[in-house]
Design a protein around this ligand. Structure first.
Ligand code: C2O
Ligand code: CU
Ligand code: CU
Length: 500
């Protein structure tokens, strides 16, 4: 492996080894170790803003590209407009968005507005896939409160590889009628952070390998990238800085913290602002979850590191904890902030309260049980079925079928969904709405600290959520509910529903 981009090739070697041996049973939940030694430290790339507030249609062209994750090494990638990932789309509440998505790749793609309140025919899900050479004209009114949403391709069976190669970007909703008083100078004291783990081969190509057991836990990379740069450094003013963090990884869970253990404030979760800033020292984020935090760098002359603890993905077989690479056992580096001598022009203190959307879902009119299944039968049986090509991931015993409607919701009616996941922790996502987490493992959840969600980590203890969808979706373009470990979704851990 000498000369490899991944200096720590341990994870890959081990996976190969496990695939061939009788240790294979332990493999699904063993995480590839991040490539701690791979060279990082390039400046944090800031994706350009693309204003999509309806004044004119904007174009988002999906295409193949060539991107340097590490300076000097070119990697074949995909992107929307850019070589890798896409611009930060900015839309305004109360306006309409007009986005022409052009497919210049050599495969079908889509553009799903993850988290947005748009009707099914504008949602860009599996039924919204379109062929190379075609253009999809997305037109929707922006009803969503201010939030950090995102967009990504969502072609059934191909979402994992397309997102891994770069078909994703941020979608920021601004609400001009509800100023939040938070740092908002994009790229200066309001930084987008798309955190992803990737693996590269010796020529610098992305490795996306779902063969065998890698599928079970999802594809994990061994190199941390933020906005497409390996463990970058961001210059920040010595003041309050807002970080909009998207876990844009296919399968990796993070538990973010600062290396010095400092406190920060969470101000928003997936679907918008919290009612007031919440003081925290750690921030767990499952795949596809977002959080906005505000960090105070006003007293910092030295660089400040953002790290993550290793998160057990399996829950069984020990969960495959990773060894440490940055000195502390069980943690690894995400990126570094370099506070500059200038104070910056942002707000000097955090507002005491924030213009959060209300929690007004009311009492549920019905209850649904949703079980995320790794398999239809036994674990052994499922592995063998997977090896011979059968879909084994599912929901309530059924693997995803584009032609089958799994649930019919009534417009504006609140339901209680009891979601459980017996085998491991899965990030459960629902299209077309934000939901409210009511309880986790039987314990009541405080909406003021959890916020409005569209993804929630679910394990064997179960999670209850209140779901109300105010957007219509017919059976030609239904909404999805699925695991956001993209390999699970592609393997069929997804269902779909209409809203009428
Ligand atoms: Cu992030 Cu069904 O999507
Ligand atoms: Cu979505
Ligand atoms: Cu899953």
């Amino acid at each position: 492996m000498a000369g490899d981009l991944i200096v720590d090739g341990h994870g890959i070697d081990r996976r190969k080894l496990l695939l061939g041996g009788c240790a294979a049973l332990a493999a699904p939940f063993v995480q590839a170790r991040p490539g701690f030694a791979a060279e990082g430290g390039a400046p944090l790339p800031i994706p350009p803003i693309l204003e999509a507030d309806g004044a004119q249609p904007v174009t988002l062209t999906a295409r193949a590209g060539s991107h340097s994750f590490v300076p000097g090494i070119k990697t074949p990638t995909l992107g929307y407009e850019l070589d890798y990932l896409g611009p930060t789309l900015r839309v305004r509440r109360g306006r309409s968005a007009r986005i022409d998505v052009v497919n210049r790749t050599d495969d079908e793609i889509s553009a799903h507005w993850h988290g947005a309140f748009v009707p099914g025919n504008m949602d860009g899900g599996p039924q919204g896939a379109f062929a190379p050479g075609k253009t999809w004209s997305a037109r929707f009114d922006v009803h969503h409160p201010a939030a950090t949403l995102w967009y990504h391709s969502h072609v059934h069976g191909k979402t994992g590889t397309q997102v891994y190669h770069g078909l994703a970007g941020l979608l920021l909703v601004e609400d001009p009628a509800a100023p939040d008083g938070l740092p908002s100078d994009y790229g200066v004291n309001d930084l987008p952070l798309v955190v992803q783990d990737r693996s590269f081969d010796s020529s610098g190509r992305l490795v996306y390998d779902t063969s065998g057991m890698a599928l079970m836990g999802g594809v994990l990379g061994n190199t941390i990238c933020v906005n497409g740069a390996v463990r970058p450094v961001a210059d920040v003013p010595r003041g309050l800085v807002r970080l909009r963090i998207l876990n844009g990884s296919n399968a990796r869970f993070y538990d973010f913290a600062f290396a010095d253990g400092r406190q920060f404030h969470q101000v928003a979760s997936d679907g918008g602002l919290l009612p007031a800033p919440v003081a925290r020292t750690r921030l767990p984020l499952a795949p596809a979850e977002r959080a906005e935090i505000v960090v105070d760098f006003s007293g910092d002359a030295a660089p400040v590191r953002l790290i993550s603890s290793s998160v057990a993905q399996g829950g069984m077989m020990g969960g495959g904890m990773m060894g440490g690479g940055s000195g502390d056992r069980g943690t690894f580096d995400i990126m570094t902030f370099a506070p500059q001598a200038t104070a910056g022009a942002g707000p000097a203190s955090l507002p005491a309260s924030l213009p959060a959307p209300p929690f007004d879902l009311g009492a549920p009119v019905r209850t649904r049980e949703i079980r995320l299944d790794m398999h239809a039968g036994s674990m052994m049986g499922s592995m063998f079925r997977r090896l011979i090509g059968g879909g084994v991931m599912g929901i309530n015993g059924k693997s995803y079928d584009m032609g089958r409607i799994d649930a019919q919701l009534k417009l504006g009616e609140t339901e209680l969904w009891r979601v459980s996941a017996p085998m491991m922790t899965h990030p459960f996502h629902v299209h077309g709405c934000s939901f409210q987490v009511v309880s986790r493992g039987g314990q009541a959840v405080d909406p003021a600290t959890e916020g409005h969600k569209d993804v929630v980590a679910v394990d064997a203890r179960g999670v209850e959520i209140l779901v109300r969808v105010d957007q219509k979706a017919d059976k030609a373009t239904p909404f999805m509910f699925h695991c956001h470990i993209l390999e699970h979704e592609d393997a069929g851990m997804m269902g779909q529903f209409t809203v009428a």
